[in-house]
Structures are given as structure tokens and as C-alpha cells.
Design a binder for this molecule. Structure first.
Ligand code: APR
Ligand code: ZN
Length: 374
């Protein structure tokens, strides 16, 4: 048994920015009070991992074990842990749910403030790390660090999911798919008959389309500069398309396509220019635009205030507004019931030793998601 022992295993370590991840041995300390050690079986690779690796995150700390879209099995739990036990199938959560803070007690948000400060510093809630490699302390990432065969996370950052669900698929519900799907269902609360525009047809945008389709949206306009995305986007619900490079004025084109403007628009790119377009393509009086894409540090959005005075609404959400521990198990069940698509988002699979290729595929725009099997 490994319980109570330091586990030596393989991890993909980011020693410094702009360098490929290095697959090497890491020592993973046993879970302390309120912590859970997880054997990770699979993980997605997402833009936030690349953003940090590329040195764009001003708060990025190295050396670090990245990854926040994982799935695994509980190996052991620390003192006082009651919500999961050894053998449970789990998804680590980058937005925890403590059930106790001001945020968790409010039905208006899914953000939990309880361990935010330490998570941002790359350490466990007690201020220390569980990872060591080459005799050096390695930092945690987003409270998850799924690019390791074993990881330790706070109990507040673990969702117990059905053990019938394939972890090499439902790991993707740990970030991108849930983020887009929830933005449509929770943040926008799209109703049937709506006209919507989705800016950016990556995994996040396609998950938005899936949510809008489920709600019975009429027009789901996919907006992307890469027309290769259009055909595939149809299966997620997009039924009209716009390539901004082929029209003179993206906003005017969308307003014309929707007889006055969209009821809902979603920005799933992370570009402040398209954020403005998405807002201004909304229908006067009621159109709502949801920002999901993560813009580069220091960027600012702008529009004329008149846009808001005349009834357009600008919003945003993180992780689709889902209260994480409550919702992720339900999202997994919805996938098992055939309601939420997940398999369709897996473009490639790679073994851990080829994780850097998963980053290449993402940068090249070739992958919705690459799932790395540990
Ligand atoms: N106009 C329209 N489409 C664009 C533009 C643009 N100016 N720039 C990029 N795109 C398209 C790309 O062609 C791509 O299809 O946006 C899509 C983005 O998809 P992905 O790169 O696969 O990103 P995804 O994983 O869906 O995440 C989207 O959410 O998590 C955040 O930081 C992440 O900002 C990113 C966003
Ligand atoms: Zn909380």
C-alpha cells in the first residue's frame, strides 16, 4: 500500500517559462489534513496551461506542474476528509467549493474565495507544496496539477463522479466543455427561439453552441476566421456561419443576419476587439453578451456607454457559473445519459511522454482537445 508514503512517479514539469515540459520523476508527499491524493488517469491540455508556460501569466510561478482538466481515482485521503475515499473516481476542480464562504453561500456566483490566495501562489492551503523533484520544491497549479501520475489537492477541490464514466473523456468536464456549456445555460440562460452568435469555435465555443441548441435557440451563428471549423461545428448546433475576414463589418453583418441583433452573444476567443464586437452585435433593448475567453494580462475592453444605456448587457463567467462540487457530478451523469457531448471534443489522444505535442496541436489550432493518458 502507498498510503502514508511518499509516492515516486512521473510528471511533466515546467521548470521555466517557454521551455518544453520535462517528463521526469517527482516525489508526491502524502495528503495532509483536508487533502486528497489522486492517481490521475487522464488530462486535457488547455489554453491556461499554455498561457502560464509561455510566461504570459504575471502570477506564474516556476518550477510547476501544470494541468487542470484531469480525471483520476483517489489513492488516499488525509485526516478529516469525509466527502471522498480511496477508490472514488474524481475530477479535480480549479474553482473549489467550500460551502462555507460568502461566495459559496450566495446563489449568485460559483466563485469560492476560501483557498484562492494559496492556490494563486501555487501551494496547498497550509502554504506548502506536496511535490519535490531533483531535490527542489515544485509548485502546484490552479489547485489541480493534473500533469502528474499522482497529485494532491484540497478536499474542497474534488468532485466525486460516477465510477461508470470513462475518466479519459469526462476529464474534459473539468474545464473547457463545462465552461462553454454553463455560459449558455447558467450565465446567459438562453431561451428557446433565441438568435445567438458564438465567437470562436474551439472547444469552449462549441460547448456554448451545444448549450444553446439544448435550449432550443433558433439561429446559432458560428463566427470564426478559420473556416475549417464550420463543418464540424454543425454537430454541436451551429446552423449559420460568419467569417469576419470575409465581411466588411462583422457587427453589421450579424445585426443583418438576426433582424436587428442577437439575443445572446458569447466571446470564446479571449480578444478584446471581438469582445466589443460581440457586445455591439447584441439586439438593442435586451441583447446580452457573455465574455468567456481569457484576454491577455493588462488588456481592457471598451465600447460606447450608449450601448449599455440602450439595453445591451455585458457579462462574464468562469467555469460556466457551475458551483463545482455540486455540478460536475451532474454534468458527468448528463454525459452518461447522452445529453452532454464529450467524446466529440477529443480530437487526439497522447501518452504522457508526448504531452508537448498536445501543446503543439493546440497552438496549431488542430485540436479541440488532446487527452493525455497517464
Ligand atoms: N475572430 C474570430 N475567430 C477567431 C479570432 C478572431 N479574431 N481569433 C481566433 N479565432 C478562433 C480560432 O480560429 C479558434 O477556432 O477562435 C477559436 C478559439 O478556439 P481555441 O483556440 O480552440 O480555444 P478554446 O479552447 O475554445 O478556448 C477559448 O477560452 O479558455 C479560454 O483562454 C481560452 O481564450 C481562450 C478561449
Ligand atoms: Zn467557498
Amino acid at each position: 500500500a502507498t498510503q502514508g508514503q511518499v509516492i515516486k512517479c512521473k510528471a511533466a514539469i515546467a521548470w521555466e517559462k517557454l521551455k518544453p515540459l520535462s517528463i521526469e520523476e517527482v516525489e508526491v508527499a502524502p495528503p495532509q489534513k483536508g487533502e486528497v491524493r489522486i492517481k490521475i488517469l487522464a488530462t486535457g491540455v488547455c489554453h491556461t496551461d499554455a498561457y502560464t508556460l509561455d510566461g504570459h501569466d504575471p502570477e506564474g510561478i516556476f518550477p510547476v506542474i501544470l494541468g487542470h482538466e484531469g480525471g483520476g481515482i483517489v489513492e488516499s485521503v488525509g485526516e478529516g476528509v469525509t466527502s471522498v475515499k480511496e477508490g472514488d473516481h474524481v475530477i479535480p476542480l480549479y474553482i473549489p467549493q467550500c460551502y462555507d464562504c460568502k461566495f459559496c453561500k450566495s446563489p449568485k456566483t460559483n466563485l469560492c474565495g476560501r483557498i484562492r490566495a494559496t492556490q494563486g501562489k501555487g501551494v496547498m492551503p497550509d502554504g506548502t507544496s506536496r511535490f519535490t523533484a531533483r531535490g527542489q520544491k515544485i509548485f502546484h497549479f490552479m489547485g489541480c496539477s493534473s500533469f502528474s501520475e499522482y497529485t494532491v489537492v484540497s478536499e474542497m477541490s474534488v468532485a466525486k463522479v460516477s465510477d461508470k464514466a470513462p475518466l479519459d473523456k469526462v476529464c474534459l468536464l473539468g474545464c473547457g466543455i463545462s465552461t462553454g456549456y454553463g455560459a449558455a445555460l447558467n450565465t446567459a440562460n438562453v431561451e428557446d427561439g433565441s438568435n445567438v452568435a458564438v465567437f470562436g469555435l474551439g472547444a469552449v465555443g462549441l460547448a456554448v453552441a451545444m448549450g444553446c441548441k439544448e435550449r432550443g435557440a433558433k439561429k446559432i451563428i458560428g463566427v470564426d476566421i478559420n473556416e475549417d471549423k464550420f463543418e464540424m461545428a454543425k454537430q454541436f448546433g451551429c446552423n449559420e456561419f460568419l467569417n469576419p475576414l470575409k465581411v466588411e463589418d462583422t457587427v453589421a453583418s450579424l445585426i443583418e443576419m438576426t433582424d436587428g441583433g442577437c439575443d445572446y452573444t458569447f466571446e470564446c476567443i479571449g480578444n478584446v476587439k471581438t469582445m466589443r464586437q460581440a457586445l455591439e452585435a447584441c439586439h438593442k433593448g435586451w441583447g446580452q453578451s457573455v465574455i468567456i475567453g481569457v484576454a491577455a494580462a493588462g488588456q481592457e475592453i471598451s465600447t460606447r456607454p450608449f450601448q449599455l444605456v440602450t439595453g445591451r448587457v455585458w457579462k462574464g463567467s468562469a467555469f460556466g457559473g457551475w458551483k463545482s462540487r455540486d455540478s460536475v457530478p451532474k454534468l458527468v451523469d448528463s454525459y452518461m445519459d447522452g445529453k452532454v457531448m464529450v467524446d466529440e471534443f477529443v480530437t487526439f489522444t497522447k501518452p504522457l511522454v508526448e504531452i508537448n505535442e498536445a501543446f503543439d496541436l493546440m497552438h496549431q489550432g488542430k485540436a479541440l482537445r488532446t487527452v493525455v493518458n497517464m
